[in-house]
Design a protein around this ligand. Structure first.
Ligand code: GTP
Ligand code: NA
Ligand code: MG
Length: 371
């Protein structure tokens, strides 16, 4: 049993799957936002993180009346694109997470990027749950807004239940072909051996309470050690992007530790071209002459911004519609947007380091090179 007062960090959950399976829409459904409809061609092209505080999860799972004792401060969810050209982003996302949601469209079953995502998860031995999304598209589905899935299923006609079961059997068979046992989560007696399937609708919210509770309960039950907060900082650059009014910013995932405003940070940088105007904040340049680009280290003064989670619960990747809270310090796990001088040279996917008062900058530079 979990002891109260334990100092756990939030689990990091990556949402993956084939294009248009409904990953972003599922997050919209939990956040109460409409990011998905604002995307060009309805295609996610970047990776972004959203923090769901425990309070938010408690509210969404209330109807399940589980002994919903939340020992984690929240859940940090990373959205990834499903389009085939973004394998690198899926890999980056899956490399960071403690657990994943593999979204499978109920009308389609396993598709190429579902299988690709599955293989990324298998490769790293990452736990995941399957969201069997778009249940509302079953012919004759009766909407039960935001209801737990068993409650919603009871309201459905025999025909709907039959189609549901047929499609369930199909997908279980498809997973079997990939070497995996899967089962409806409330029938799954051997989680860990058999992967759980949660039927969901991102449009009407059925199954969302189940999905959230499953993620939180499973992580806090089986990953205590991994989720125990540590002061040893672990932080990865998710994306480098220009945001109007902020200049070049980096979105980072703080996996462990604490970041403070004013911390001196080091990120790995890539300088393209040879006569690039070096920002004074760059403290070293690799002497790899003649190379089209060279690695540099950026020493930066940290300014922290986090999405206003209380008011809007929007993703850090969607600053366009969001506002940022300004923080003095942020504790893991959290998605953070960092603004600083010189960030245009930063490389996504690499680690970020804080220079402590007794740290040797050379050691840190060596560490960044290992990424
Ligand atoms: P990419 O990020 O581009 O890989 O797609 P995605 O997996 O994020 O899917 P997205 O959220 O963009 O949804 C794709 C389409 O499916 C949109 O038109 C959504 O409105 C629709 N959709 C998503 N979830 C559901 C659902 O549960 N039910 C129904 N009926 N439509 C859904
Ligand atoms: Na899409
Ligand atoms: Mg998307």
């Amino acid at each position: 049993p979990v002891q109260s007062g334990q100092n756990l960090r939030s689990p990091i959950c990556c949402i993956m799957g084939h294009v248009d399976a409904g990953k972003t829409k599922l997050l919209d459904c939990i956040r109460g936002t409409n990011v998905q409809e604002g995307e060009a061609g309805e295609i996610t092209q970047q990776i972004g993180a959203t923090y769901f505080p425990a309070q938010n999860i408690r509210e969404r799972t209330r109807e399940l009346k589980a002994d919903a004792k939340l020992n984690v401060p929240g859940l940090l969810v990373i959205d990834t694109p499903g389009h085939e050209s973004f394998t690198n982003l899926r890999s980056r996302g899956s490399g960071l997470c403690d657990i994943a949601i593999l979204v499978v469209d109920i009308m389609h079953g396993l598709e190429p990027q579902t299988i690709e995502s599955l293989n990324l998860l298998k490769m790293r031995n990452t736990e995941f749950i399957v969201a069997r999304n778009k249940v509302d598209r079953l012919y004759g589905w009766k909407t039960c807004k935001n209801a737990p899935i068993t409650k919603a299923m009871k309201q459905q006609s025999k025909d709907v239940q039959f189609e549901f079961n047929t499609r369930l059997t199909q997908v279980v068979t498809q997973f079997k072909e990939q070497g995996l046992n899967t089962e409806l989560y409330y029938k799954n007696k051997e989680m860990g051996e058999t992967f759980s399937i949660v039927p969901t609708s991102a449009i009407s919210g059925e199954g969302i309470p189940d999905m959230l509770l499953l993620l939180v309960q499973w992580t806090q039950k089986t990953m205590i050690k991994r989720l125990t907060f540590s002061n040893e900082m672990q932080c990865t650059v998710l994306e480098v992007k220009v945001i109007e009014g902020y200049g070049t910013t980096i979105d980072v995932v703080l996996v462990n530790g604490v970041l403070h405003e004013g911390d001196q940070i080091v990120v790995c940088g890539l300088q393209v071209g040879s006569n690039c105007d070096l920002n004074q904040s760059i403290v070293n340049t690799a002497s790899d002459e003649g190379a089209p680009s060279q690695v540099t280290w950026l020493l930066l003064e940290l300014a922290l911004h986090e999405i206003d989670i209380v008011e809007s619960l929007k993703t850090i990747a969607q600053l366009v519609i969001g506002t940022y809270l300004h923080h003095k310090e942020i504790k893991a796990a959290q998605g953070i947007k960092i603004t600083a001088q010189g960030l245009e040279h930063a490389i996504a996917g690499t680690s970020l380091y804080v220079v402590g008062p007794h740290d040797d900058l050379e050691d840190i530079k060596e560490a960044t090179m290992e990424d």
